[in-house]
Write a protein that binds this ligand. Structure first.
Ligand code: SAH
Length: 214
């Protein structure tokens, strides 16, 4: 079947996600609008709309669509909110978030310079206004916040780094995979912090598996 811009494949993916995860229609519309095949390496294109992670080079992976959907939903953001991402990777997750909050509102840090450069070029070419900075997310976008929400796409072993919590406004959310430090990846949990004037509230959202934070 000829489906040059993969729209039918994307619709089928979203139908499957609607049954698999409990997320808003706004999140699903954002997923349906982003051409995931443009973000994965050529050799993985035919699997771009499978609900699974895929390699993107440099030992990194693009998360499975259901995980992106769950994380975007947990951010609980709307048009005009400003969002900080740690771990741009190929830029897919940032593009989905930009679909919810609008252009110019997503700031993303990527540790691997080649991935940062490729993502910048790709997001620009596809028309997503996302600001990408190369380097450690702990030091990125100093002075740009406070953000309404932040998220990590790599797992930290010592909780959510303070600079990321500090860059998030009171009442804002931080969604992150947190590794308890066990040898396997089985110790990772997805958590959502809500920043309060005197600390954070923490919710657990289940076991996950992400690449380690550098
Ligand atoms: N959101 C991405 C997922 C990328 S995988 C996507 O849609 O493709 C996680 C990314 O986090 C990797 O690219 C990795 O290089 C990056 N990363 C790891 N540690 C980091 C750090 N300290 N600061 C910024 N990025 C980091």
């Amino acid at each position: 079947m000829v489906d040059p811009d993969h729209a039918a494949a994307r619709r089928r993916l979203v139908d499957r996600l609607r049954r698999r995860v409990d997320v808003s229609e706004r999140t699903l519309s954002a997923i349906e609008a982003v051409p995931r095949h443009e973000f994965v390496p050529e050799r993985s294109r035919e699997r771009a709309y499978d609900d699974r992670p895929l390699p993107i080079g440099h030992g990194q992976t693009i998360s499975a669509p259901h995980m992106v959907a769950v994380m975007v939903d947990l951010l609980d953001v709307a048009d005009g909110d400003r969002v900080f991402e740690v771990g741009t990777g190929c830029g897919y997750h940032a593009a989905v978030v930009a679909g919810v909050v609008g252009g110019g509102n997503v700031y993303s840090a990527e540790y691997v310079p080649e991935l940062a450069d490729e993502a910048t070029e790709r997001l620009d070419r596809l028309g997503y206004d996302v600001t990408v900075e190369t380097g450690d997310g702990r030091d990125a976008f100093d002075g740009v916040g406070p953000f309404d929400a932040a998220y990590l796409t790599c797992a930290s072993t010592d909780g959510v780094p303070d600079p990321i919590v500090d860059a998030t406004r009171s009442g804002g959310r931080v969604v992150a995979p947190i590794d308890d430090g066990s040898a396997s990846h089985s110790g990772q949990r997805l958590v959502r912090l809500t920043v309060r004037p005197d600390g954070v509230d923490r919710e657990d959202h289940g076991a996950v598996r992400f690449v380690p934070m550098q």
